[in-house]
Write a protein that binds this ligand. Structure first.
Ligand code: IMP
Length: 440
């Protein structure tokens, strides 16, 4: 049984918690796209104390002993970020070694000049900036597509690495200088490259063969998506997107497994909507209510600390995410953030140029001009934090959830009512229909 977990909005839906909850039931957890622009937060209770882990590049499964974590070929890997994350995890008592952390030799590298280029390119965009995480993601994927990138496999061949690094860095420095950026120190980069080879080479393998072989042997793979459908380079609000396929197609190309191997796909979706960075957001609330969602939801970027933009649940994008990914079920997160509200709105359609549509327009400008058409329901104004049975939720909260499911076109397999693992409502019947007969 192989399961893909996908973000159904603009990211930060709480995928880390859902992956963490499911990880014990899988043998392998693999990331397949994006890089350390992601920030997956996992809270683990040990000896009565909550420990917060924010994973950026390493799959969230790493906190579970005995699981193999794979950084797939579709991920872009910054060796500095990977080493820092390994060190941080080890420093906090998590075992990370070359048996439980494998990185694909086909994964492309993010190098310091990509980070410098990300900054310079964003600065040159002025008012049309994408609002990237400045981690070098876009420039690294550009090099991949232009067929000049360096790959993790190059770190297993120190003999030719220095030459490749120096060549690419000199080219990038020309571009950087043209854009008004500071060129990077090529000698330092080559020196760093030697160190990365030593430290990372043991983790670098052909993960495509590894994943296919182990799946055929009956091992279960959890595919951990980063970012989300609306940030997908093809299906998102282009150009205000990330540079990878963060919808389910990316799981095949980015892990090297066929579509027939993905048995189930679950989308993670917040009870309201957020996005970071620029781009259209029809249900955005630029008022005290938006601020309330931000404060009570702790809506600040896990990677960059940036305040997230906040707004009402958008069923138009939810339906789109269900369609594009073929979502079998949804996981609803952060319901409790709505607890105090007297009125809650759901966007059921957009009005664009006076016409009502229930589709996501392809053009970001058109989407930016969309006026949300709302359905309003009364709030439940009761605490839902920690509730673990659907029937124990206030009736109005149940009604809200049922309506979201109806409008989105998929049932809820999970409803998260808090950060901890046990603060979750699990719909066993839905999971069972997905082929997931888990004892959770
Ligand atoms: P990049 O991925 O750093 O190039 O950023 C492109 C866009 O994706 C920006 O709007 C970012 O804010 C957004 N983005 C990238 N990673 C995440 C994430 O993990 N959560 C939410 N937004 C993200």
């Amino acid at each position: 049984m192989n399961l893909a977990i996908i973000g159904a909005q603009w990211g930060d839906e709480g995928k880390g918690k859902i992956v963490d909850l499911l990880a014990p039931h899988f043998d392998i957890v693999t990331r397949y796209q994006g890089g350390h622009n992601a920030g997956h937060t996992v809270i683990i209770r040990r000896d009565g104390i909550d420990h917060k882990f924010v994973l950026h590049l390493i799959p969230s499964g790493i906190t579970h002993p005995g699981k193999i974590c794979v950084v797939g070929n579709g991920v872009v890997v910054d060796p500095r970020a990977l080493l820092a994350e390994i060190d941080e995890l080890r420093g906090r008592g998590i075992e990370v070694n070359h048996h439980n952390l494998l990185a694909s030799n086909r994964a492309h590298l993010i190098l310091p000049y990509h980070v410098a280029l990300d900054r310079a390119i964003e600065a040159s965009r002025g008012g049309n900036a994408v609002g990237t995480t400045m981690r070098g993601i876009g420039p690294a994927y550009e090099d991949k597509m232009a067929r000049r990138g360096l790959r993790a496999g190059d770190l297993t061949d120190p003999g030719t690495l220095a030459e490749k690094l120096a060549h690419n860095a000199k080219q990038a420095n020309r571009l950087l200088t043209m854009l008004g950026g500071e060129p990077i120190d090529v000698r330092q980069l080559v020196e760093d490259g030697e160190r990365w080879c030593e430290l990372l080479a043991p983790h670098i393998v052909d993960t495509t063969y590894f994943l296919n072989r182990t799946a055929r042997e009956g091992k279960a793979i959890l595919l951990e998506g980063a970012q989300a459908t609306m940030l997908d380079i093809d299906h998102g609000t282009y150009p205000f997107v990330t540079s990878s396929n963060s919808s389910v197609g990316g799981a095949c190309t980015g892990a090297g497994i066929p579509p027939s191997m993905i048995d189930c796909t679950i989308g993670v979706i917040k009870a309201y909507t957020t996005r970071v960075g620029g781009g259209p957001f029809p249900t955005e609330l630029n008022d005290a209510l938006g601020e309330h969602l931000r404060t009570s939801g702790g809506e600040y970027g896990a990677s960059t600390g940036r305040p997230r933009r906040t707004g009402w649940f958008d069923a138009v994008i939810a339906r789109y995410a269900v369609m594009v990914n073929g979502l079998d079920a949804l996981a609803l997160t952060k319901l409790d953030v709505l607890d105090e509200l007297d009125e809650i709105k759901i966007c059921v359609a957009y009005r664009i140029n006076g016409k009502e549509i229930d589709l996501v327009p392809y053009d970001a400008n058109q989407m930016a001009s969309a006026e949300p058409v709302y359905e309003t329901i009364s709030g439940w104004q009761e605490k839902t934090v920690g509730i673990s049975k659907f029937e124990d939720l206030p009736e109005r909260a149940q009604k809200y959830i049922n309506r979201l499911s109806e409008l989105s076109g998929a049932p809820f397999a999970f409803i998260s009512t808090g950060a901890e693992r046990n603060e979750t409502i699990i719909a066993k019947d839905v999971l069972s229909r997905c082929g997931l007969d888990l004892v959770l």
